[in-house]
Design a protein around this ligand. Structure first.
Ligand SMILES: Nc1ncnc2c1ncn2[C@@H]1O[C@H](COP(=O)(O)OP(=O)(O)OP(=O)(O)O)[C@@H](O)[C@H]1O
Ligand SMILES: [Mg+2]
Length: 651
């Protein structure tokens, strides 16, 4: 069962900017408020803001309150299932480095012992050195193969898990989150950020560990070979460590900015293309081009800054390394000449120093990928740490069983007050009981709070005060499954997923048979248009999307709801796209759909209202009139006035 019969949480056709209602997992997070979203939802078609939305301040938005240590906890939880394999990777790396770093020692032995022995006619030591060198090469190759394979498997599993978690989490977060945090940024979390983690796991991390290990091995061997060389290596480590530190410090900043800039580019892209119709209708192409160019340039500039940091680092680290090697060669040659040092030890020392300094350039690169992965991980952890603003209860309550023959469930609003975070109170104090099985129409001026009422009943938001009850059970106490089974909302824009028409209707009840699907479509009056499609019920709606009109989409939405068979059905302007004959047909069908359930019907068209048992007229979040339609029409209240005006307008 999905969130709404239309398949998606309904969009705000008004293009409001809801505030952050999601709570960070810990109350101690340093940044508690993200800047409000400045972009419109892509479905705000026709609303000028959609096309005219300014460039987003994604930098501020991207700084989700990430609880302290969330990145580490996330990483640990990702690696936990692979602990054994990680241990084997570590063992393989340790042994492989030992085999690799034996090379210069063998050279020293060959020069200082095997060559003199050979001069004395003894081939044994040289042959031993050759055999040892071959063994080391084979062992190092085999071990390297082993750990690459193992670590690739671990990293693939980790990334698979992470992408799945992001997707599941994003789906589970409530409507207020999605109104604020755009899909573009979610996409960038699941792609760019996961990709930078992949780079670290598959390329960077292994190199970083190799460098750390080889540094340890080499420094220890140098000290053991000759204290002077060892001491020189240690001394040169000082400036190098400073260089690395300053580089990390600077690159952390640019890398965080870089991923944010990339996200902004993606957001602008998806937003523009998602709202391509209003963009073209309001001729926003040029301002959009300008805004996109600005973001694109910003991204390029930050990329340039990362290269500059890299260049600074590489040049200065090479300078330190080469100077040290030159100085040591001089000093070593002098000591060899005066008999203070064996030639083999000098050769091994220089070889080791080269090996020590060589990876330092690359170290910068790997630290880069480490930084960028850490920034990404932090953003992902921040996202995953968000708790839904509408949380699921730990111990859900059960709804009382529906007595046979009893239609629908009772709905009650008890002392409900509600305010969106950004605005004033929308429902000041709301009390309403809808007896089971009644159809209640809600009318009222734009902004009166009708859709807000519907969203509270579907629990897209929780009331600020008071409670919404379904058969006496607070909606907050119900499991999401029970709630979505019991309450279904159909909104103006019926969303069709890629797949066939039949699949889209079956969304209301995935286990429905074809006969049941067709039955629902027939009851709604959608059967005729569906059978006229090229492949009938098996027509792919995405491919045929252009052929399915807005009204037909709404009919599919209705069929979905009928098939879902909820106890409570909410229709929010669900007939707005239907033409008059279509509407009449739907009205007949609606009587069928609404029968046997409690229904809240929000309609601008008063013709829809006539099938209701009761009409509520809302103004400023309050009910100002309440009664059967006939009574209200006969009276002299607001509804009578509205109705008269409507009758005159339709002639
Ligand atoms: N997500 C939101 N964030 C902030 N304010 C909102 C949000 N949604 C609605 N509002 C405000 O709440 C009030 C009631 O809005 P609501 O959507 O319930 O009106 P409505 O009666 O359904 O109007 P319409 O007939 O135009 O659909 C309006 O003043 C609106 O500005
Ligand atoms: Mg509305």
């Amino acid at each position: 069962m999905t969130t709404t019969a239309t398949g998606l949480p309904p969009d705000d056709p008004e293009g409001h900017r809801p505030p952050q209602q999601q709570q960070p997992a810990t109350p101690h997070s340093p940044k508690t408020e993200a800047a409000p979203e400045t972009e419109s939802s892509p479905e705000t078609e026709g609303a000028p803001e959609a096309a005219a939305s300014p460039a987003t301040d994604a930098l501020a938005d991207d700084l989700l309150p990430t609880p302290k240590g969330a990145s580490r906890t996330l990483l640990a939880s990702l690696l936990a299932p692979h602990r054994r394999r990680v241990r084997w990777v570590a063992v393989a790396l340790l042994l492989q480095q030992a085999a690799v770093q034996a090379g210069p020692l063998l050279v020293a032995y060959a020069l200082d012992s095997a060559v003199p022995a050979l001069r004395a006619g003894d081939h044994g030591p040289l042959i031993a050195v050759a055999v040892a060198a071959v063994l080391c090469a084979v062992a190092s190759g085999g071990l390297q193969f082993g750990f690459i394979q193992l670590s690739a498997r671990v990293s693939q599993d980790v990334l698979l898990d992470l992408r799945g978690r992001i997707f599941r989490h994003a789906q589970a977060l409530s409507l207020d989150f999605h109104e604020r945090y755009t899909s573009g940024r979610l996409i960038s979390r699941a792609t760019t950020d996961v990709e930078s983690l992949r780079e670290l796991l598959e390329e960077g991390l292994q190199e970083l560990i190799t460098v750390a290990l080889s540094t340890l091995y080499i420094t220890a061997t140098l000290i053991w070979l000759d204290w002077g060389f060892g001491a020189a290596a240690l001394v040169s480590a000082g400036p190098l460590a400073l260089l690395v530190r300053s580089f990390r410090h600077r690159s952390h900043r640019v890398y965080s900015a870089k991923s944010t800039a990339m996200a902004r580019v993606i957001v602008k892209f998806t937003e523009t293309l998602g709202g391509i119709r209003p963009v073209q209708a309001f001729r926003r192409e040029r301002p959009n081009d300008a805004a996109f160019a600005r973001l694109n340039h910003q991204h390029a500039r930050i990329n340039g800054a990362t290269s500059l940091e890299m260049a600074r680092y590489v040049v200065s680290s090479r300078l330190v390394a080469n100077t040290t090697v030159a100085a040591l060669v001089l000093w070593g040659a002098y000591r060899v000449a005066t008999g203070g040092l064996a030639l083999g030890v000098l050769a091994a020392g220089v070889l080791y120093l080269r090996r020590l300094y060589d990876p330092i350039d690359r170290l910068g690169m790997f630290l880069n990928s480490y930084e960028s992965a850490a920034a990404s991980l932090q953003k992902i952890a921040g996202l995953l740490a968000l708790r839904p603003g509408v949380p699921e209860p730990a111990a859900p309550a059960a709804l009382p069983a529906v007595a046979a023959g009893r239609p629908g469930r009772e709905v009650a609003f008890h002392g409900v007050r509600f305010a969106y975070r950004s605005g004033g109170e929308v429902l000041p104090r709301f009390d309403l009981t809808l007896p089971a099985g009644t159809t209640v129409a809600v009318v009222g001026a734009t902004g009166a709070g009708k859709s807000t009422l519907a969203k509270l009943l579907a629990r897209f938001y929780d009331p600020t005060e008071g409670e919404v009850l379904l058969d006496g059970v607070d909606l907050r106490a119900l499991s999401t499954t029970a709630l979505r089974r019991g309450v279904v909302m159909v909104t103006q824009e019926a969303f069709l997923f890629s797949g066939t028409v039949a699949d889209n209707i079956a969304l209301g009840r995935p286990d429905a048979t074809r006969a049941e699907i067709e039955h629902a479509a027939k009851a709604i009056g959608a059967h005729d248009f569906i059978t006229a499609l090229p492949d009938g019920y098996d027509t792919d709606v995405r491919k045929r999307g252009g052929r399915i009109s807005a009204g037909q989409r709404q009919l599919v939405g209705f069929a979905r709801a009928l098939l879902a068979d909820p106890a409570v059905l909410i229709l929010d302007e669900a007939t707005s796209s239907l033409d008059i004959p279509g509407e009449r047909a739907v009205q007949r069908a609606m009587a069928t759909v609404l029968q046997g359930r409690t229904a809240l019907v929000i309609a601008h068209r008063l013709s829809t209202v006539e099938i209701a048992d009761r009409v509520l007229v809302m103004a400023d979040g309050r009910i100002v009139e309440d009664g059967p339609p006939k009574e209200l029409i006969a009276g002299r209240g607001r509804f009578a006035e509205l109705h008269r005006a409507w009758r005159e307008s339709v002639g």
